[in-house]
Structure formats: structure tokens, C-alpha cells
Design a protein around this ligand. Sequence first.
Ligand code: PNS
Length: 345
Amino acid sequence: MRVIAGTARGTRLAPVPRGVRPTSDRVRESVFNALGQFFEGDVLDLYAGTGSLGIEALSRGCDRAAFVEKDRRALATIRENLQRTKLQDRAEVVAGDVGRVLDRMLTDGRQFNLIFADPPYRIAATEVGGVLSRIGALLAPGGRAVLESGEAPAAGTQGEKGVTRRYGGTYVTILERSEITMIVAVCPGSFDPVTAGHLDIIRRASKIFDHVVIAVGANMRKKPVLPAVERARLIEKVTADIENVSVEFMDGLLVDFARERGAQVIVKGLRAVSDFESEFEQAQLNRTMYPELETVFIMASSEHSFLSSSAVREIASFGGDVRGLVPDGILETVREIYSGSDGNI
Ligand code: PNS
């Protein structure tokens, strides 16, 4: 494999380590033909493998490149390739998980003119919300993202336009920033435990937004009975059939969590007037801290309007029947877990 064009043209790249699937010469050439002649600004090469895409962009004139990869052997190959091409001074090699690195870059306010994402697997639906929306948030105005996929158009069709071409078994989609129109909503709560009312709101939100991230957080005014891992596990169980929902922990501010995931909306359920005051206060404070983030309320169904996690905990702690109050799939677990608690309301 050689660099195709630019200052490092013709330089032979290091052998591909075992387990790494490089972008083939044909696909690389076609991608760069499709991108045109002008390369400038910063490039981000995600799931970088051998680094051949980022290196090609640097060789053709991009100013700086960041390569993100977690495989140790692949990281060594990227460094070797940067030395061979004498491009190491303009490169940053970041070892780690793509999702986490993207979070850090978003928090640091980084922007890129060109982003390559060639995941070694089809991006799972639960990761789409994370990765694609974050890519959109990291693209500079006028920037483009190149997504590669071994299956149907990368990352599904949700909120994504762009041009997709097929090269043998590889699909390549090139997107402009404005074409990543995916709307990600964060649905926060303490979920101690998740109730039938929560699940109803989550389902309805999943029909409106491209992706919903459930943020399992801590309400400083309440001490949870169940640890966050357990609360998240219960939510994962009852939302397993909803493709565009993922569950994550939130241990800081909701606005930071949303910004790091490229989310544009906070979605919450509203039961009665009694909820309004506290929700109004939170929405106003969140809006002060992050004006672009919109809070949207979904009205609880009437059968859930008097349902709360604290009521479930109290009923279960006295051995009462919580059927219908929590999703059927976790009925027994909730009974067992909370029957031993003191209700803690
Ligand atoms: O289910 P809950 O207890 O009503 O959820 C409350 C939660 C977790 C959504 C809220 O406490 C929250 O957003 N916590 C994160 C910390 C934060 O951002 N606080 C400022 C909001 S005004």
C-alpha cells in the first residue's frame, strides 16, 4: 500500500497488522477522487487502522491530523507510517475508545474540516446516536465526513443524506455538515426504578427523534436505593426492542452530557401541574447554561399520571403488587429488589 498523491506520494506504508482491515487501494483512491483537489485544515481519522486515510489527507495538504484507534498493533503501525511519510510533526495519535475520545474533543471545542470514520464493524444502532451526531457536532462549517461501512449505507438511514457509493463490498457515504440532520434527544432521570410511565415516554420519544439516549443520573435531592448500574440494566432490559434507544450513565451536569453527545433536545415526561414547577425551573436553568438545547415535554398518558418511582418503591417495600406500574419484563426483579428496602421516599 502506497500514498497516492501529495508530498509523500509513492511512500510505501508499513505492512497491515493482523486483525486490521485496511481501506483497499481502490476505495481510497475513489474516496479521494470524490473529495476533489483541495485539502486544508484539520482532519480526524476515526478507527484509523493503519492511518492511511488521514496520512493521504495530510500528504495532500491538510494542516494537521488526529488519528483515533484503540488497537495496540494498529497504533504502532500508524506511528511507523507517520515516520515513513515524515508527517509525524503534523499528527496526533490518540489511543482509546472512539466514543470517549469524541466526548473529550467536543468538550475541548475541537473542529475538523474532514472526518473519516471506518468502523471495523457496522455501527450498532445504539452507537449511532453517539458517534454520528458527535461527528456532526465536530465538523467545521463547510467540512465533510466520509463514512465507510461493510453493509448497507453507513449507520442506517436515520437523519442522514449525502452521497453513497458502493465499491465491491464497501459502501462509502460522504456527508456535509448540514446533511447530518440527525436529532438526538436525551431523556434524563434517576429511574429508581424505571416505571411503565417512563417506558411510555421513552417509546413515544423514540418515534419523534432519530435517537434517544437515556441518561441515568443522580438527583441530588434523592438518595437512590439501587446503584446506577442496576437502574441502567433494568432500563436496557425493557428497551431492548427499541432500535434507536441507548442507555448511559450521567454523573455531571445534564447540559454537559447533552453537549458531549451532540444532542439538541432534552425530553421529559410531564404528569400533572405538580411536576410543572420543578421542571420549569430545571428547563430555565439548563437553558441559561446551554441556550441551543431545547427542553421538550411529552404529556404522560392518563393511566400513568399518578405513577412515580417513589410510589413503586413504597408499594414494593410493603410487599404490595406493582403489576402494571412497572414493565412486565422486570416485575419480579423489582419486587425482589425493593421488597427489602425501606421505601426511601
Ligand atoms: O427522575 P428525576 O429524579 O426527576 O431526575 C432528575 C435529573 C437526574 C434529571 C436531574 O436531577 C438532573 O438533570 N441531574 C443532573 C445534574 C444537573 O444537570 N443539574 C442541574 C439541573 S437544573
